[in-house]
Design a binder for this molecule. Structure first.
Ligand SMILES: [Cu+2]
Length: 403
């Protein structure tokens, strides 16, 4: 022991403390840089673009500030005490020890009561915010059913309020801007989580339950989201978007959705594609007006709620394709439906414009599980149907007519 002089061990300690401090400072700066650089990061909770996200932000910022003050006070105190009362080389045992305050009840009461008080005040604001958000959901101007599926999101609109959906889409939840929209979040299989961070907090989609939240987008635009509850193989490929349109564009979009599917002209590749679709795809995918009532669901049984004759637009566990090309992306928002896609104003018009991504759709039909991991042998996702190139061409010709 005599070989380690106090001086050398001190130096080593200072070096380690210095390096750790430097790492912490660099890490904090990097973190701050990333979380404040919101432009290129669409999944950002610090950039509220709607009423509900703003209410959450208005709560988070002051709470974070309080936590920051407490952090600085406590850590500052710890560092001060370590420096002030550290053992020096000329210290003798038992001499000049700090005053011991163990058992000082006023001090102990104080450091129990002060944090409790701070937490109680924060809790009051939290509960008020939760009630406020709940009120928004209950007083929504319109409602949409949101159904989590492995691994994509389905959106159902009941515009004539007869209890049955009359518009069913996937991946992109289209809403009017500046309108409070209630979303009733459900699941058709496992637990997912619906999250559009610029509009509201996340909410789980739990089988057998309905969770309701409100979304209110200030302006027309695309608001990105991502499933945030691990839900199996392709959880990471389960995105969604809210597309907010002006009220006029929303009406246009709705009119188009309420129309039946485009019928391909006779004797075209698209017409042949439709015939192939009816034999190879319609058992899973719904096109409005084609009778596939009672299509089997994930469990293999016709599901009265999801696939029964009462809900002829709902096929169960595959996206409704009636107006496929009115969306921007397919398969959980992963792949583009348009090649030359205008990122500007066209993104928020009633119908995307550009050249259909025939290649992407062709690749998908050639080998869906190769493009996106799926367990199609267990009715989770789309199987490889071993289509010929000729069938693929005709199917793509048909699918791209479905505006
Ligand atoms: Cu999911």
């Amino acid at each position: 022991m005599a070989s380690t002089t106090p001086d050398r061990s001190h130096t080593r300690g200072y070096v380690i403390a210095g390096v750790l401090t430097a790492l912490m400072v660099v890490g904090t700066l990097l973190l701050l840089r990333n979380i404040t650089d919101v432009a290129g990061h669409p999944l950002n909770t610090l950039r509220p673009l709607g009423d509900q996200a703003r209410k959450i932000d208005d709560l988070v910022v002051p709470v974070f500030a309080v936590a920051g003050i407490v952090f600085v006070l406590v850590e500052g105190g710890v560092i001060f005490l370590i420096a002030r009362f550290r053992r020096r080389s000329d210290d003798a045992d038992g001499e000049g020890d700090p005053v011991q305050i163990h058992g000082n009840s006023s001090l102990e009461w104080a450091w129990t009561a002060v944090p409790a008080l701070i937490l109680a005040v924060i809790a009051a604001f939290n509960v008020a915010a939760i009630w406020d958000l709940e009120g928004d959901a209950q007083n929504a101007e319109m409602n949409v059913e949101v159904v989590g599926q492995q691994w994509w999101w389905e959106f159902r609109y009941d515009t004539n309020e007869d209890g049955k959906p009359d518009v069913i889409t996937a991946n992109q939840l289209v809403i009017p801007a500046d309108t409070t929209v209630g979303v009733n979040i459900r699941s058709n299989d496992v637990i997912h989580s619906f999250w559009i961070p610029t509009l509201n907090g996340k909410r789980d989609a739990v089988p057998g339950r309905v969770h309701k939240i409100a979304l209110h987008a200030d302006k027309p635009g695309i608001y990105e989201g991502q499933c945030t509850e691990y839900c199996g193989l392709s959880h990471g490929y389960m995105r969604m978007q809210v597309k907010a349109l002006t009220k006029a564009d929303y009406e246009k979009w709705l009119d188009n959705q309420l129309d039946g599917p485009v019928e391909p002209k006779a004797d075209t590749p698209a017409a042949e594609g439709k015939a192939i679709f009816n034999t190879k795809c319609a058992s899973c995918h719904q096109i409005d007006g084609y009778d596939t009532s009672g299509a089997p669901t994930a469990s293999g049984e016709p599901d009265p709620e999801y696939g029964g004759a009462d809900h002829p637009l709902v096929s169960g566990n595959a996206p409704n394709l009636t107006h496929l090309m009115s969306r921007d992306h397919f398969a959980g928002g992963m792949f583009p439906l348009y090649d030359s896609y205008d990122e500007g104003a066209a993104r928020t018009s009633a119908m995307p414009s550009g050249d259909p991504s025939q290649g992407e759709l062709g690749d998908w039909l050639r080998d869906p599980p190769g493009k996106k991991p799926m367990a199609s042998d267990r009715a989770r996702g789309m199987p490889n149907l071993n289509l010929s190139e000729d069938e693929i061409d005709k199917l793509v010709a048909y699918l791209t007519t479905l505006k």
